[in-house]
Design a protein around this ligand. Structure first.
Ligand SMILES: *[C@@H]1O[C@H](CO)[C@@H](O)[C@H](O)[C@H]1NC(C)=O
Ligand SMILES: *[C@@H]1O[C@H](CO)[C@@H](O)[C@H](O)[C@H]1NC(C)=O
Ligand SMILES: *[C@@H]1O[C@H](CO)[C@@H](O)[C@H](O)[C@H]1NC(C)=O
Length: 473
């Protein structure tokens, strides 16, 4: 191709914004092997349903002459697929090959010859050395769910043997000369369409991918695929959007998903990589929804605590408060001023938040009188784990720094309030956050699946979940 052609092509290709994946899923050989086991059980059921149509014809058999024959009521009595292989074909899809398969069937035969002689009986046919080879394309449908379909299929029948019950020995000749071929052809004609059907039957199952997973009253996660699955020699890689959105309102955050890839680990069936982008899209959504704004009242402080949210406690450090607002309860408003930032380092998930704490005195007529505003920077570490089909977590405080934003009660030392606010954070704020984190966030799932042998590692910029899968029903 001349370079001019290339240039023309490049200018013709419309400028498209590609979306990077926030979540990646890697299917290993072990996962494919499990898929094969499930698939072969389904295929076996499918093939057992083969209906061999009645077969009839007329052949000349020496020395009898014209013989009219018919085979009817043929039914599969046994079918085995002892050897099969499901492999990856880089860049293309999957290949399924089946060898040494066998089918036995039972039916009735009838012959008529010399115008008036009739004979009938039954027979058992056994076909062995059956091979089936099919290529499977793996794509993403218009909703971002995976689809499979058989793109080529070939089958061949090794040998067939028949046992007639009743009848004369020349029937065997009739069989080996004509009927054998006709029966084999009739069987073979059905195999590939049934295999193709069995492969397509996987699609309703694949369609259950939770492309929009509901989280809570604020958020949902989009898990549609952003590209067709990529097949390499040992893995099938799925790129999912992995982005949190406010329910029904898909506004993009001011940052986008960087490219990331998963290491070539092979011990589990699946590896799921959840990027820091996904976590930060969650922070964006909850921050927009105001979910990080929290009023703290005295009833949220354990009764055993000597520190109470009232003007007496605070008055001990800021006398002006006790003087101006004697014997009143207080209320704190904790608010983020920008989106918290979540970062993943080796074995460490850290969330950094900037916000304000506004302290109010609650006046007897329930009006809130502002006392002061503190600017706050907090850093918490998260422990993340998989529970069922969800990711959940809990956080512990690393550090909190506060500085005076505004005071309506005169100047005071912010440091003197450190212990009060540390206590408030630990007993009122973090438990709220942890209660939410414990509810969990759905992982991408298909059908009725369970995760087993699951581990989670936090790596730089993403976390890696290695897991095996079990399907129920
Ligand atoms: C989060 O912080 C890191 C540095 O700690 C910075 O590189 C990144 O841009 C921040 N992300 C957001 C969304 O603010
Ligand atoms: C994680 O990183 C943060 C910030 O870099 C640090 O403050 C914290 O101590 C670290 N936690 C652990 C468990 O290493
Ligand atoms: C509540 O009381 C304060 C001070 O006594 C007053 O300034 C304020 O207007 C009152 N608010 C209402 C709603 O009555």
């Amino acid at each position: 191709m001349s370079p001019w052609w290339l240039l023309t092509l490049l200018t013709l290709v419309p400028f498209t914004l590609s979306t990077n994946a926030g979540v990646k899923v890697k299917l290993t050989q072990k996962g494919l092997e499990y898929t094969r086991l499930i698939g072969m059980t389904k295929l076996q059921q499918k093939l057992k349903a083969i209906k061999v149509p009645d077969l009839s014809g007329t052949e000349k058999v020496a020395p009898i002459g014209k013989v009219k024959y018919s085979l009817t009521g043929m039914q599969i009595t046994n079918l085995g697929l002892p050897k099969s292989q499901l492999g990856m074909v880089p860049g293309t899809g999957l290949s399924l090959s089946i060898g040494n398969a066998f089918i036995s069937l039972h039916g009735n035969w009838k012959v008529r010859y010399l115008h008036f002689v009739k004979d009938h009986g039954s027979f058992d046919l056994s076909v062995t050395g059956l091979t089936i080879a099919t290529s499977i394309a793996l794509k993403s449908d218009e909703t971002g769910r995976p689809t499979v379909n058989s793109v080529s299929c070939a089958s061949s029948v090794g040998s067939a043997s028949i046992k007639f019950h009743g009848g004369a020995s020349w029937l065997y000749n009739l069989f080996s000369a004509y009927i054998d071929k006709a029966l084999r052809a009739a069987l073979q004609k059905q195999i590939c369409p049934l295999v193709s059907d069995a492969i397509s039957d996987m699609n309703p199952h694949l369609k259950t991918l939770n492309v929009l997973a509901h989280v809570d009253k604020y958020a949902e996660i989009e898990y549609s695929m952003v590209a067709s699955p990529a097949v390499s020699k040992a893995f099938v890689d799925f790129s999912l959007k992995g982005e949190f959105y406010n329910i029904g309102q898909h506004k993009e955050p001011p940052f986008s998903a960087p490219v990331f890839g998963l290491p070539p680990q092979i011990n589990n069936m699946l590896y799921i990589g959840v990027s820091a982008f996904t976590a930060n899209s969650a922070a964006f959504v909850y921050n927009n929804a105001g979910a990080f704004n929290l009023f703290i009242t005295d009833d949220m402080i354990p009764p055993s605590s000597p520190i109470r949210l009232n003007t007496r406690t605070f008055g001990a450090f800021i006398p002006q408060i006790a003087k101006q607002y004697p014997a009143m309860m207080m209320k704190l408003l904790v608010k983020t001023t920008k989106q918290p930032n979540i970062s993943f380092q080796l074995n460490n998930v850290t969330l950094q938040a900037s916000g304000t704490v506004t302290a109010y005195a609650i006046l007897p007529n329930t009006t809130l009188a502002p006392l002061f505003i503190l600017n706050m920077e907090a850093s918490v570490s998260a422990h993340i784990y998989v529970t069922g089909l969800k990711l959940a977590g809990s956080v512990t405080l690393n550090r909190m720094d506060m500085a005076l934003g505004a005071s309506y009660v005169g100047p005071f030392q912010v440091k003197s309030l450190d212990n009060i606010f540390l206590m408030v954070l630990k007993v009122a704020v973090l438990p709220k956050i942890n209660a939410h984190l414990q509810q969990g966030y759905p992982l991408p799932t298909i059908g009725k699946m369970n995760l087993v042998n699951t581990q989670l590692q936090v790596l730089k910029d993403y976390m890696l979940i290695g897991t095996d899968v079990q399907f129920r029903g």
